[in-house]
Ligand binder design. Sequence first.
Ligand code: SF4
Length: 256
Amino acid sequence: MIPLAESAGVGGDGSLLATVAPGSRSAQTLRWSRFLAATEAEGPGVRAAVWLQGCAVRCPECFNPQLWADRGGVVSCTAEIAEEWVAQAHAAGAEGVTLLGGEPFDQAGAAASVARAFRAAGLSVMTFTGYPLDRLAAWAEAGRDDIGALLASTDLLCDGPYLRDLPDLSRPWVGSRNQGVRALTDRYADEVRRIAGAGGADRLEVRITRGGGVEVNGWATDAALAALLDDLGPRIDSPAQVAARALGRTEVEVAR
Ligand code: SF4
Protein backbone atom coordinates (compact mmCIF):
# COMPACT_ATOMS: atom_id res chain seq x y z
CA MET A 1 0.00 0.00 0.00
CA ILE A 2 1.46 3.34 -1.04
CA PRO A 3 0.28 6.36 1.00
CA LEU A 4 -0.97 9.39 -0.94
CA ALA A 5 1.00 11.67 1.37
CA GLU A 6 3.16 11.00 4.36
CA SER A 7 5.18 12.51 7.11
CA ALA A 8 7.38 9.45 7.25
CA GLY A 9 9.14 8.33 10.40
CA VAL A 10 12.92 8.27 10.54
CA GLY A 11 15.25 5.98 12.49
CA GLY A 12 14.30 3.15 14.78
CA ASP A 13 14.65 0.41 12.16
CA GLY A 14 16.68 -1.70 14.57
CA SER A 15 13.82 -2.10 17.03
CA LEU A 16 12.47 -5.61 17.50
CA LEU A 17 9.10 -4.24 18.63
CA ALA A 18 6.11 -5.06 16.40
CA THR A 19 8.01 -7.57 14.24
CA VAL A 20 5.63 -10.47 14.94
CA ALA A 21 2.27 -10.48 13.16
CA PRO A 22 -0.75 -10.06 15.45
CA GLY A 23 -2.89 -13.14 16.02
CA SER A 24 -6.13 -13.53 14.08
CA ARG A 25 -9.36 -13.14 16.09
CA SER A 26 -13.09 -13.26 15.55
CA ALA A 27 -14.59 -10.07 14.15
CA GLN A 28 -17.91 -10.70 15.87
CA THR A 29 -16.88 -9.19 19.19
CA LEU A 30 -14.74 -6.23 20.14
CA ARG A 31 -12.83 -5.76 23.41
CA TRP A 32 -12.62 -2.07 24.19
CA SER A 33 -11.89 0.22 27.11
CA ARG A 34 -13.20 3.73 26.45
CA PHE A 35 -15.31 5.70 23.99
CA LEU A 36 -15.59 9.46 23.55
CA ALA A 37 -18.16 10.88 21.14
CA ALA A 38 -16.16 14.07 20.59
CA THR A 39 -12.53 15.02 21.22
CA GLU A 40 -10.10 17.44 19.54
CA ALA A 41 -6.95 15.71 20.83
CA GLU A 42 -6.95 12.45 18.85
CA GLY A 43 -6.58 13.55 15.24
CA PRO A 44 -7.82 16.25 12.88
CA GLY A 45 -10.98 18.14 13.75
CA VAL A 46 -13.61 16.96 16.19
CA ARG A 47 -13.61 13.16 16.33
CA ALA A 48 -15.05 10.27 18.20
CA ALA A 49 -12.38 8.02 19.74
CA VAL A 50 -12.38 4.33 20.62
CA TRP A 51 -9.67 2.92 22.89
CA LEU A 52 -9.35 -0.82 22.28
CA GLN A 53 -8.27 -3.14 25.07
CA GLY A 54 -5.18 -5.28 24.49
CA CYS A 55 -1.80 -4.61 22.89
CA ALA A 56 0.87 -7.20 22.07
CA VAL A 57 3.45 -4.60 20.97
CA ARG A 58 4.19 -3.31 24.47
CA CYS A 59 6.51 -0.36 23.87
CA PRO A 60 8.51 0.59 26.99
CA GLU A 61 7.02 3.73 28.62
CA CYS A 62 3.83 3.49 26.57
CA PHE A 63 1.30 6.24 27.49
CA ASN A 64 -1.46 3.65 28.05
CA PRO A 65 0.00 0.50 29.69
CA GLN A 66 -3.34 -0.15 31.37
CA LEU A 67 -4.60 -1.10 27.90
CA TRP A 68 -2.01 -3.85 27.27
CA ALA A 69 -3.86 -6.75 28.92
CA ASP A 70 -6.08 -8.99 26.80
CA ARG A 71 -8.43 -9.29 29.74
CA GLY A 72 -10.49 -6.45 31.17
CA GLY A 73 -12.32 -3.73 29.33
CA VAL A 74 -15.73 -4.43 27.83
CA VAL A 75 -16.57 -7.12 25.28
CA SER A 76 -19.38 -6.07 22.92
CA CYS A 77 -21.07 -7.35 19.81
CA THR A 78 -19.13 -5.47 17.12
CA ALA A 79 -22.11 -4.61 14.91
CA GLU A 80 -24.25 -3.35 17.79
CA ILE A 81 -21.58 -1.23 19.44
CA ALA A 82 -20.50 0.23 16.10
CA GLU A 83 -24.06 1.34 15.33
CA GLU A 84 -24.35 2.95 18.78
CA TRP A 85 -21.00 4.76 18.44
CA VAL A 86 -21.84 6.08 14.97
CA ALA A 87 -25.10 7.53 16.31
CA GLN A 88 -23.32 9.18 19.26
CA ALA A 89 -20.58 10.58 17.02
CA HIS A 90 -23.15 12.04 14.62
CA ALA A 91 -25.07 13.61 17.51
CA ALA A 92 -21.83 15.15 18.84
CA GLY A 93 -20.93 16.63 15.45
CA ALA A 94 -17.81 14.52 14.94
CA GLU A 95 -16.27 14.34 11.46
CA GLY A 96 -14.82 10.88 12.02
CA VAL A 97 -13.53 8.31 14.45
CA THR A 98 -10.06 7.52 15.74
CA LEU A 99 -9.19 3.93 16.65
CA LEU A 100 -6.38 3.67 19.16
CA GLY A 101 -5.42 1.64 22.11
CA GLY A 102 -4.40 -0.74 22.90
CA GLU A 103 -3.68 -1.99 19.39
CA PRO A 104 -6.39 -1.89 16.71
CA PHE A 105 -4.58 -4.42 14.51
CA ASP A 106 -4.60 -6.99 17.34
CA GLN A 107 -8.39 -7.04 16.69
CA ALA A 108 -8.13 -6.14 13.03
CA GLY A 109 -11.33 -7.82 11.83
CA ALA A 110 -13.55 -6.28 14.50
CA ALA A 111 -11.83 -2.89 14.21
CA ALA A 112 -12.35 -3.00 10.43
CA SER A 113 -16.08 -3.60 11.00
CA VAL A 114 -16.25 -0.54 13.26
CA ALA A 115 -14.31 1.50 10.71
CA ARG A 116 -16.62 0.43 7.87
CA ALA A 117 -19.69 1.45 9.91
CA PHE A 118 -18.26 4.97 10.33
CA ARG A 119 -17.29 5.14 6.67
CA ALA A 120 -20.78 4.04 5.63
CA ALA A 121 -22.15 6.99 7.63
CA GLY A 122 -19.88 9.39 5.72
CA LEU A 123 -17.37 9.80 8.56
CA SER A 124 -13.60 9.45 8.31
CA VAL A 125 -11.35 6.90 10.03
CA MET A 126 -7.97 7.47 11.66
CA THR A 127 -6.07 4.48 13.07
CA PHE A 128 -3.10 4.37 15.42
CA THR A 129 -0.91 1.27 15.35
CA GLY A 130 2.41 0.15 16.78
CA TYR A 131 3.01 -1.99 13.68
CA PRO A 132 4.86 -0.26 10.81
CA LEU A 133 2.81 0.12 7.62
CA ASP A 134 5.23 -1.91 5.46
CA ARG A 135 4.85 -4.93 7.77
CA LEU A 136 1.07 -4.59 7.91
CA ALA A 137 0.94 -4.40 4.11
CA ALA A 138 3.16 -7.49 3.79
CA TRP A 139 1.00 -9.49 6.24
CA ALA A 140 -2.13 -8.41 4.35
CA GLU A 141 -0.51 -9.42 1.07
CA ALA A 142 0.35 -12.82 2.59
CA GLY A 143 -3.32 -13.54 3.28
CA ARG A 144 -4.32 -11.66 6.40
CA ASP A 145 -7.56 -10.26 5.01
CA ASP A 146 -8.50 -8.76 8.41
CA ILE A 147 -5.37 -6.59 8.36
CA GLY A 148 -6.02 -5.65 4.74
CA ALA A 149 -9.62 -4.72 5.60
CA LEU A 150 -8.59 -2.35 8.38
CA LEU A 151 -5.97 -0.70 6.17
CA ALA A 152 -8.56 -0.34 3.39
CA SER A 153 -10.99 1.31 5.85
CA THR A 154 -8.45 3.80 7.21
CA ASP A 155 -8.03 7.34 5.85
CA LEU A 156 -5.20 8.45 8.14
CA LEU A 157 -2.67 6.10 9.75
CA CYS A 158 -0.13 6.77 12.51
CA ASP A 159 2.19 3.76 12.51
CA GLY A 160 5.22 2.28 14.22
CA PRO A 161 6.10 1.50 17.83
CA TYR A 162 6.73 4.24 20.36
CA LEU A 163 10.50 4.43 20.91
CA ARG A 164 11.26 6.45 24.02
CA ASP A 165 14.82 7.25 22.88
CA LEU A 166 13.53 9.08 19.79
CA PRO A 167 11.08 11.62 21.23
CA ASP A 168 9.21 13.73 18.68
CA LEU A 169 7.85 17.07 19.87
CA SER A 170 7.57 18.57 16.38
CA ARG A 171 4.58 16.69 14.96
CA PRO A 172 1.07 16.16 16.30
CA TRP A 173 -0.30 12.79 17.45
CA VAL A 174 2.90 10.72 17.30
CA GLY A 175 5.30 10.30 20.21
CA SER A 176 8.58 9.31 18.54
CA ARG A 177 10.46 10.20 15.37
CA ASN A 178 10.28 6.70 13.87
CA GLN A 179 6.49 6.85 13.70
CA GLY A 180 4.74 7.81 10.48
CA VAL A 181 1.71 9.98 9.75
CA ARG A 182 0.29 8.72 6.46
CA ALA A 183 -2.69 9.58 4.29
CA LEU A 184 -4.06 6.32 2.88
CA THR A 185 -6.87 8.18 1.05
CA ASP A 186 -7.08 11.77 -0.16
CA ARG A 187 -9.30 12.84 2.77
CA TYR A 188 -6.40 14.09 4.91
CA ALA A 189 -3.64 14.23 2.29
CA ASP A 190 -3.35 18.04 2.49
CA GLU A 191 -3.17 17.87 6.30
CA VAL A 192 -0.38 15.27 6.12
CA ARG A 193 1.56 17.37 3.59
CA ARG A 194 1.24 20.35 5.92
CA ILE A 195 2.59 18.31 8.85
CA ALA A 196 5.47 17.00 6.71
CA GLY A 197 6.43 20.59 5.92
CA ALA A 198 5.63 22.58 9.05
CA GLY A 199 4.98 20.06 11.82
CA GLY A 200 2.40 20.79 14.47
CA ALA A 201 1.64 20.57 18.16
CA ASP A 202 0.04 17.89 20.29
CA ARG A 203 -3.13 18.58 22.23
CA LEU A 204 -4.07 17.29 25.64
CA GLU A 205 -7.62 17.21 26.99
CA VAL A 206 -8.43 16.98 30.67
CA ARG A 207 -11.93 16.08 31.81
CA ILE A 208 -13.18 16.27 35.37
CA THR A 209 -15.76 13.56 35.96
CA ARG A 210 -18.88 14.01 38.08
CA GLY A 211 -17.20 11.91 40.75
CA GLY A 212 -14.26 14.32 40.89
CA GLY A 213 -11.89 12.06 38.94
CA VAL A 214 -9.51 13.39 36.31
CA GLU A 215 -9.49 11.84 32.82
CA VAL A 216 -6.82 12.70 30.31
CA ASN A 217 -6.51 12.03 26.60
CA GLY A 218 -4.23 13.25 23.86
CA TRP A 219 -0.46 13.08 24.13
CA ALA A 220 2.14 14.82 26.30
CA THR A 221 5.49 13.97 27.80
CA ASP A 222 5.40 12.43 31.28
CA ALA A 223 6.94 15.62 32.70
CA ALA A 224 4.37 17.90 31.06
CA LEU A 225 1.52 15.68 32.21
CA ALA A 226 2.82 15.53 35.79
CA ALA A 227 3.19 19.32 35.88
CA LEU A 228 -0.34 19.79 34.58
CA LEU A 229 -1.94 17.39 37.03
CA ASP A 230 0.02 18.82 39.94
CA ASP A 231 -1.67 22.16 39.23
CA LEU A 232 -5.17 20.70 39.35
CA GLY A 233 -6.85 21.13 42.68
CA PRO A 234 -9.63 18.86 43.91
CA ARG A 235 -13.01 19.66 42.37
CA ILE A 236 -14.98 21.18 45.24
CA ASP A 237 -18.43 20.16 44.00
CA SER A 238 -17.61 16.49 43.57
CA PRO A 239 -19.95 14.10 45.44
CA ALA A 240 -17.04 13.03 47.63
CA GLN A 241 -16.24 16.62 48.59
CA VAL A 242 -19.88 17.56 49.17
CA ALA A 243 -20.46 14.47 51.33
CA ALA A 244 -17.32 15.14 53.35
CA ARG A 245 -18.37 18.74 54.04
CA ALA A 246 -21.90 17.64 55.01
CA LEU A 247 -20.44 15.27 57.57
CA GLY A 248 -18.14 17.97 58.89
CA ARG A 249 -15.10 15.99 57.88
CA THR A 250 -11.93 17.17 56.24
CA GLU A 251 -12.46 17.42 52.51
CA VAL A 252 -11.00 14.50 50.64
CA GLU A 253 -8.27 14.98 48.10
CA VAL A 254 -8.82 13.95 44.50
CA ALA A 255 -6.68 10.90 43.75
CA ARG A 256 -4.08 11.64 41.11
S1 SF4 B 1 1.59 0.09 20.27
FE1 SF4 B 1 0.66 1.86 21.27
S2 SF4 B 1 -0.62 1.03 22.94
FE2 SF4 B 1 0.79 -0.60 22.26
S3 SF4 B 1 2.54 -0.43 23.67
FE3 SF4 B 1 3.05 0.78 21.84
S4 SF4 B 1 2.39 2.87 22.34
FE4 SF4 B 1 1.40 1.49 23.81
